[in-house]
Design a binder for this molecule. Structure first.
Ligand SMILES: Cc1ncc(COP(=O)(O)O)c(C=O)c1O
Length: 381
């Protein structure tokens, strides 16, 4: 990881709020996944971080990409990813996604049978099943529960495969993804076993895609073992779609202390908040914190962003050394679902992103204000 001095240098040189990535950590996580899943195909879930510079690095290391919008599809192609290394996913795909995905030879993750009508005969598909499982994560992150909007119920899987074949589609196999940041590895076992039970009914498949959802400390070898076993029951090749595991720990968000304040609670006010990193507000994510300042005294604080929103808190009741204005705080594990979810709400330009790869390099410029209202000006002419 980057040293305290390197992080301070980045904050000084590029300003804050700032996303900083360490290419060595990214490469390490990619290689850990490649080692653990030897023989499987790995598709990076691009929703976790779609910065072109990261995508290109992953592409060079042989990864494919799972995309969930026309924009992600175009961007993956722009990064030079061949169509046969792309999975097109999403519960409500657009005509443009169907058209371009088929043109480049991507494989579609069929989320409902109705989709058969929107694809041409011969289109490559895998059918997403919903294992109807309660899993150990925040409710917004669980995708394989009975009431979730994803996939076809497990009990309809055989029929779905048959109908897709009847529609002339090139049905390659099955897909499941139980959710993100799964805490209990037993959830994977339960889900994979449930799906593997279908093998007696459906017979041989070319592919079993078990999605992503690995926690940052996940036992990859353990997950790989049960995933390969499930794939073997269909005689299928194993595909996986990690997002967070590959990029989270490679990125941090640097933010400066604007001041402190006391109401019924004590606050550290920061120059980053919900517009720069939505995860704490969206699903109560707790990012490890590293203060880049020292003080003999500590206190307990809520960390508040600059938005005029009561919910704009990045952490609650954390013990930190007493800061002074201008001190730099590091929010760790911010490389996944961080920069991609930043927004221009409150007419705030999105932060710059830099990557350390022997030296710092800007991989996304800080958004400039004029660009924020450029389209409104264009509408006047
Ligand atoms: C279908 C699918 N695959 C993979 C992922 C990646 O999940 P994670 O980032 O938790 O690995 C997601 C995340 O939402 C997903 O919806």
């Amino acid at each position: 990881m980057l040293s305290r001095d390197q992080l301070l240098q980045a904050a000084e040189t590029y300003g804050t709020p700032l996303y900083v990535y360490d290419a060595r950590v990214l490469d390490d996580r990619i290689q850990r996944a490649v080692q653990a899943f030897q023989g499987a195909r790995i598709f990076f879930a691009m929703k976790a971080n779609s910065n072109l510079h990261l995508l290109r690095r992953m592409k060079e290391q042989g990864l494919g990409f799972e995309v969930v919008s026309y924009g992600e599809l175009r961007k993956a192609l722009h990064a030079g990813v061949p169509g046969d290394r792309i999975l097109v996913n999403g519960p409500a795909k657009t005509p443009e996604e169907y058209a371009l995905g088929q043109e480049v030879g991507a494989t579609f993750i069929l989320d409902r049978l109705d989709e058969c009508h929107f694809l041409n005969p011969g289109a490559k598909v895998i059918v997403r099943v919903n294992p109807e499982l309660h899993v150990s994560t925040h409710s917004h992150l669980a995708t394989g529960e009975a009431h979730s909007k994803f996939g076809v119920p497990l009990g309809h899987a055989t029929e779905a495969l048959q109908q897709a074949r009847n529609a002339g589609l090139n049905v390659r196999g099955l897909h499941l993804h139980i959710g993100s940041a799964i805490q209990n590895p037993e959830d994977f076992r339960e889900a994979f076993e449930k799906v593997a039970h279908l093998a007696d009914e459906v017979g041989h498949l070319e592919v079993l895609d078990v999605g992503g959802g690995w926690g940052l400390n996940a036992d990859l070898e353990g997950i790989a073992k049960i995933a390969f076993e499930a794939a073997q029951s269909f005689g299928a090749e194993l595909w996986v779609e990690p997002g967070r595991f590959l990029v989270s720990e490679s990125g941090v968000l640097l933010t400066r202390v604007v001041g402190t304040k006391e109401t019924a609670r004590k606050f550290i006010l920061l120059d980053a908040g919900m517009t720069e990193i939505l995860r704490p507000m969206l699903y109560g994510a707790q990012h490890p914190l590293q203060p880049l300042w020292e003080s003999k005294q500590t206190d307990h604080y809520d960390l508040a962003g600059p938005a005029c929103e009561s919910g704009d808190l990045l952490a609650r009741n954390v013990e930190l050394p007493v800061p002074t204005r201008g001190d730099v705080l590091v929010l760790e594990q911010a490389g996944a679902y961080g920069a991609v979810m930043s927004s221009t709400y409150l007419t705030r330009p999105r932060p710059a992103e830099v990557m350390w790869d022997g030296e710092f390099r800007v991989i996304r410029q800080r958004e400039n204000l004029e660009r924020l209202w450029e389209l409104e000006l264009a509408a006047e002419s």
